[in-house]
Ligand binder design. Structure first.
Ligand code: SF4
Length: 404
């Protein structure tokens, strides 16, 4: 079970029962696209060759046939938030770091087809051998959170910290959900990567190395970990806004802060609100509210349990029959968990639909297209991190693996 929330509600317990679009890509475009994206087309990127029609009744059979032709040469990774139609073809499922490690443990697989988003495919490329090629079935599958911190913005932030006289006592800690460029920045500056499972250990290590942390790119995970789990106050945290001069804060504020939080968030988990927690409690008496730490601080504070995706899965596996749960994470996963546990009442925390729209761009037609192209000898949508970026990003990932 995840750590019980210090503010657990009393009585919460298991119960028995364009025309030509003249637009430029911006870091915060409404539809966030991966690298090599074309902001002028709805699809975002071209798919060379024929993309099967979603209505093709033979899609499942075509995916099976292409897989069979590829045999052991292909390894398909499915992130927990993927559609069912894609998960069906995954050799393994998991969160982004687990999947990247799974790929690294399969050196015989020539092709790693990553059904996830761009930063995940980059991490897999960093951790796999030079002979393995990582494929992202739709290059438009980016991540809004990862796209909220660009290399240029982060370099500018470091200049601001340098001018404030604190860069040499600040350790960068970057969430796994960041681009390879940001991971490399972290490695270059002696920092570490973290996941939602080990964020506390990463912060403890960082504070043993320096006096302050620059936490990228998810302000909520940084704040929730520092305040809920490490005894910092909200006043110890400051938000650096890359869209404002100097981050929108003064040098004095930066010097006073312990946690400098990048102004980034997940557009899925950021949707859950205190209202949704109160609403579900009124609808389902005795419901247990279990949320991901990427949710806002007030949501996490009002929940009964907080945990990473893997912990959410384990918690529901261990929950008693008849217990009721409201889950604050991506809807595809919550639906699958509800289906897998018919003896428990499992509902989505919010009343509105909350899929990860970029993750959902990987659908069966794109998977079939990628697998058939590979089986025909054409490598499509390869994600490749350049050597220098890989070197420093790997240093930051290795620091995470070495965390005490
Ligand atoms: S759920 Fe959030 S953090 Fe995960 S890929 Fe989607 S936008 Fe990014």
């Amino acid at each position: 079970m995840p750590e019980k929330n210090a503010l657990r509600r009393k009585g919460a317990k298991p119960v028995t029962t364009t025309e030509t679009l003249d637009v430029q890509p911006t870091p915060l475009a409404l539809l966030l696209l991966g690298r090599e994206a074309d902001a002028k087309s709805e699809r975002g990127v071209e798919c060379p060759g024929e993309l099967p029609a979603p209505s093709d009744p033979d899609l499942v059979e075509r995916a099976r046939a292409a897989r069979a032709r590829l045999g052991e040469r292909v390894f398909v990774l499915g992130h927990h938030y993927q559609r069912d139609e894609v998960i069906e073809f995954a050799d393994v499922t998991g969160d982004s770091f687990k999947l990247a490690r799974d790929a690294a443990a399969r050196p015989q697989a020539e092709y790693i087809v990553f059904c996830g988003v761009h930063f995940m495919a980059e991490s897999a490329d960093i951790l796999t051998t030079a002979d393995q090629q990582v494929i992202l079935p739709d290059l438009a599958a980016g991540c809004s959170m990862a796209d909220m911190a660009t290399a240029e913005q982060v370099a500018e932030c470091w200049d601001v910290l340098t001018e404030a006289g604190i860069a040499d006592v600040t350790v960068p800690v970057s969430y796994m959900n960041s681009s390879a460029d940001i991971k490399a920045f972290t490695g270059r500056h002696g920092g570490t990567i973290c996941t939602s499972s080990n964020a506390k250990r990463a912060l403890e290590w960082a504070f043993s190395q320096g006096q302050k942390v620059l936490f990228l790119p998810d302000q909520h995970l940084g704040r929730n970990t520092a305040v809920r789990e490490m005894g910092f106050s909200l006043d110890d945290c400051i938000v650096y806004n890359p869209h404002k001069p100097g981050g929108g804060v003064t040098a004095e504020q930066l010097r006073a802060a312990k946690m400098i939080l990048w102004r980034g968030h997940c557009s899925v988990h950021g949707r859950f609100s205190l209202d949704s927690v109160e609403d579900v409690r009124s609808r389902i008496p005795g419901v247990n509210v279990l949320v991901h730490p990427e949710c806002k601080h007030e949501v996490v504070s009002a929940a009964d349990y907080v945990g990473s995706t893997e912990l959410i899965i384990k918690t529901l596996d261990a929950a008693p029959a008849g217990s009721a749960w409201a889950i604050g994470t991506e809807l595809n996963l919550v639906r699958r968990l509800a289906k897998a546990h018919p003896d428990k009442q499992i509902v989505f925390l919010d009343r509105t639909v909350c899929f990860c729209s970029t993750m959902n761009r990987i659908d069966l037609p794109h998977l079939v297209w990628a697998l058939e192209s590979l089986a025909d000898g054409t490598v499509v949508n390869r994600i490749q991190v350049d050597k220098e970026t890989e070197h420093y990003a790997k240093a930051a990932l290795e620091q995470m693996l070495a965390l005490p």
